[in-house]
Design a protein around this ligand. Sequence first.
Ligand code: ADP
Ligand code: MG
Length: 809
Amino acid sequence: MPSALEKLVKILRLEQEQGNKNTAVIGGLKRFADTWVQEGHEQARKPEHHTLVDELHRLIAEYEAIKDRTERRRAVQFMLDRITNRVPPRADMASPQRQEPAQEAPPGDLPSADADDESEDDDGEYDLPLPAARPVRTASRHVRDAHRAVRRPSLEEALEVLREFDHDVTALHRVGKSMAEKLARLGVNTIGDLLFFFPRRYDDYTRMKPINRLVPGEVVTLIGTVQKVTVRPLSGGRNLTEATVSDGSGRITLRWFNQPWLRNKLKRGTQITVWGKVDLYLGRPTVTNPEWELLERDNLFGGSIAPVYPLTKGITSRTMRRMMQQTLGKWAERIPDYMPVGTLERTELCDLGWALEQIHFPDSWENLDEARTRLVFDELLLLQMGVLAHRRDWQAVQGVPLAVDDAWLDAFLGALPYELTGAQRRALDEILADMAQGVPMNRLLQGDVGSGKTVVAAAAMAVAVANGAQTALMAPTGILAEQHFRGVSRLLAAGPVGDKINVHLLTGATPAETRNMIYSGLADGSLNVVIGTHALIQSGLEFKNLGLAVIDEQHRFGVEQRGALRGKGTNPHLLVMTATPIPRTLALTLYADLDLSVIDEMPPGRTPIDTKVLMPAERERAFAFVRHEIKKGRQAFVIYPYVESVEDEETEDAGKAEMSAVQRAEFLQKEVFPDLRVGLLHGQLRPDEKDAVMGQFAAGDIDILVATSVVEVGIDVPNASVMLIEGAERFGLAQLHQFRGRVGRGAYASYCLLLAGEQLTPDAVERLRAMEATTDGFKLAEIDWRMRGPGDLLGTRQAGTGVLHLVEL
Ligand code: ADP
Ligand code: MG
């Protein structure tokens, strides 16, 4: 890069780092511009170089007249982008190029300031923009090409940047220990984490409409001033908060259920930004349960598209945006792009640094699309590469073959309380064929809720024991681990290894004494089967010879945890199980390191679960039905939606939403079912408390279990025949399907009642009707996908594992 440009880049970056106060050079940028322009022209050797120098001169000169800091930051960024040729010139700058160079141009390219640095010479990576040489393009094409020039920093510079990515977030200006702890709750620990912590949506200030022009059914961002707020009680212990907001053109009503504390937040006269879907309620425009935040003035300038990040208590939108701007300002410009230039050209992908800037602060929706495409591409590519490399490493090592003969298998199957279905048998055969090899098995067993995966796993575990190896089963919750402990122990005890097994349960709630006993038993080999939770992957726990590791509901675990359990043995065979219905092609991409077995058939004799969608007015009927079933000796689940909408600093929604499940349980116990036993299960109970409640329900000591989505996975209580889901439209179909799978597990006719809440829209009704129409998890996932996007399928849980931030399929 010619030294004049290089100098300018340094100054611009400094200016950015110093917070755009026009202090990067003494006397201000404008004065500097006048000396710089001469130097620039002296070094320029081609017509287009002169054009750029003039253009930059004008931009620098205009800079100090800009009053707003955000605008200034943009202006500097734009200059930097112009220098690296990532954006086209501003419309008013795209003047016809200078016809004549000021001086006579000697042949050859620009002389480089650092004569000893040859690497930057002539491969065009830092070449100057060539506006005149480019053919005329259509607008969208133009956008795409504009930021194609990719920065290729020197190796040292690249390594330095990557090292900085690993720095703690406290390396940021004004981020201290307490902010770092809050960020950690969002999974953000390092600078790199922060750069890749993407907005969950955007507020579009460029397309904002006045309230009197809103159309029902639209999802909008609007700005208004709070006029008045009221809270009134509703039936069933609930309440409604209503706020009237006006923007001069008209008024709109915002409504929230069960969030009375909002009254203290939404003071009269407060200006807020609101995001949600406009409906008509009693003829007035209304948004129910909108997201909102205090208006940030910065966003109003220049009609920006403002990012909205997932937040946690103590971090406001504003803080997050500021931190992000600071981080991007310092790093995005310098991030090395590891993708070969050829690949980028072929795929028409944009530069990584640019993509990061645009995903956080998009200049337009087109840019956002481009940025997203690039980042999604990277995620999938890296995922695939990582996964394949992993598989190669891992299967290069020798495993221990674990085989049985037909007679043994017949004896085991013969001792089961039922005959395996054809699909179970096929899956088992695939598993046993893998285990008999000297290469460690790495297999995903997929089967809908209730398809009977556990028994297949138990058979594989029995084979391990028959071969003198140890085996472990890990489940995501204590409740499920305990259930497996009872169920699998029984299945193993009945078969040919019945006299050999020594099974124990290890969870977070296991007393220290027992835990020590289990640790030593696993280490010396006297204990050969262990079933538990994350407790199984604690450091310090060692196996003598772990031959088979099984992970149930694997989507609840991260890749690292899978690895951790496997790491407890020397190359054990690995079987992971999931009920998440993922289409096969996708499964192969997401889990490219796994072979796939599918159980696509239900055990015989199941009475199909009768599913009904009920309107809010039918709540009493639903309760009457629950009572009726309990009188017959059955039990029921009542699911209450858990809403997390942490948007504002002191909002304690998370806790309060859980509270609402608590209130709900109290209400049901006191007002509706005073003569029955109502229990409560929610995510904020301690693991031992959860286990205790679940144990009581399983034992029949509780008639009605009020629960949040924690009961979603794996629970098997055959006597439960009713699943009543309140506010059903708030859940994804895949999740509703999982809930429904909690009943119909015994011989009794079972029912799933989907009680709609107040937020019911026509779309929501259609989705819920799909639950009535089919019990096929795959079909439901597909419908969900069509109607709500893949978010539910992959779930927010997957996002937490570090991959798949963005992948939309
Ligand atoms: P999931 O695949 O959801 O983990 P489970 O393994 O918990 O399902 O099995 C669900 C229920 O079906 C259990 O009560 C189990 O005993 C029963 N079951 C499993 N396989 C069969 C079969 N082949 N015939 C009859 N019942 C079965
Ligand atoms: Mg299961």
